[in-house]
Design a protein around this ligand. Structure first.
Ligand code: SF4
Length: 348
């Protein structure tokens, strides 16, 4: 048996003893798996753990999620970031209702046809929830396979991922329990065979691992080449009223923080040299503001500096709550999806 396929059953046995207690493992369902997989795509498990149960209580079924407004879904997604996934999950729930009567399908082809569901997520739901012999490959799986086989190269190289998909098909074909072996593979990558400092002494398949045998575990896979971050300066205004309301506007759909709410904000390359009057004019505020400071914020692709101005507005500030801007009271605020950056600006 090829070495990677030989790891399938030992990994499943290890998983039976060592699996983390995660809420989406308590009750297996296609819907829970769909929600958790989309949440986990770009967010750490610890953060997803804080949000998953609340989200499921709010939207207990695909039908409940499909019937919710986009604003409600985005608000419930707050804290998980990358809101595009929330929209895709919402669209997937609608497709589940329209095409499958509200039940998340069990076969890979139907799963792949859902918005936001790629090969990995489809394979994970089909195999882990329904026991199908469907392969899964993500960054964790690729790294584990590369190390087990001492296959050099970057985990993001196309040739490496194509190879990993072929190996994953052999792995799941050889497994006595496709569900347990696939989930164990993901678990090993997340908890033992981690990107830095893999815990080879605690690894249940170290006897099969070529990277461990040859002392290369730390060097495989090769580090990914990172693109330089783009610098961005955003001028924004924290406008507050006596009753604690803040002035917010919604970002355009698509692009950075698409559709989320923020304090009035404009991009300006020379924002850091702007005076208060020029900033107020640029932001179309028509009231005097004061400089409040600079808030740095980094995303995967951008290095952002928020140049923050502020003002306390007397009365209702009705003239400011126009052109898509609106005053939002502290009680209303939880219903508005804000990016972490906007929250940080408001907390300054
Ligand atoms: S022995 Fe080390 S490098 Fe090999 S699979 Fe296990 S943890 Fe990863």
């Amino acid at each position: 048996m090829p070495p990677l396929a030989a790891a399938a059953d030992p990994l499943a046995a290890w998983f039976a003893e060592s699996a983390r207690d995660l809420p989406w493992r308590h009750r297996r369902s296609g819907y829970h798996a769909l929600v958790s997989e989309l949440m986990l795509q770009q967010t750490q498990v610890s953060r997803v753990l804080e949000k998953f149960d609340t989200f499921i209580r709010r939207f207990p079924t695909a039908t409940a999620l499909a019937n919710a407004s986009e604003g409600d879904v985005l608000a419930a997604w707050q804290g998980l970031g990358y809101y595009r996934r929330a929209r895709l999950l919402h669209a997937a729930a609608k497709a589940v209702v329209e095409r499958h009567g509200g039940e998340v399908p069990s076969d890979v082809a139907s799963l792949l046809a859902l918005p936001g569901v790629g090969r990995y997520t489809a394979g994970a739901i089909a195999s882990i929830v329904h026991g199908a012999r469907a392969p899964i490959v993500d960054g964790n799986v690729t790294r584990v396979f590369q190390r087990l086989a001492a296959r050099e190269g970057s985990a993001s190289d196309r040739a490496v991922t194509d190879w990993a998909w072929r190996e994953a098909a052999g792995f799941v074909s050889a497994a006595a329990s496709p569900a347990a072996s696939n989930e164990a593979l993901m678990e090993l990558g997340a908890t033992v065979c981690t990107p830095a400092n893999p815990r080879c002494l605690a690894c249940p398949v170290s006897h099969l691992c070529a990277a461990h045998r040859t002392g290369k575990a730390d060097r495989i896979p090769a580090p990914k080449k990172r693109a330089a971050r783009r610098d961005l300066v955003l001028v924004c205004a924290r406008m507050t009223r006596g009753d604690g309301a803040v002035l917010l506007e919604q970002r355009p759909t698509g692009g950075l923080w698409g559709g989320l709410w923020q304090p009035p904000t404009v991009e300006s390359a020379d924002g850091e040299s702007l005076g208060a009057a020029a900033a107020a004019e640029l932001l179309g505020l028509g009231v005097a503001v004061m400089p409040a400071g600079v808030v740095p914020f980094a995303t995967t692709h951008r290095s952002i500096r928020f140049v923050v101005f502020e003002a306390k507005v007397r009365g209702k500030g009705a003239a400011l709550g126009v052109h898509g801007r609106r005053w939002v009271t502290p009680r209303e605020l939880p219903e508005f999806a804000l990016s972490n950056a906007a929250k940080r600006v408001l907390d300054l």
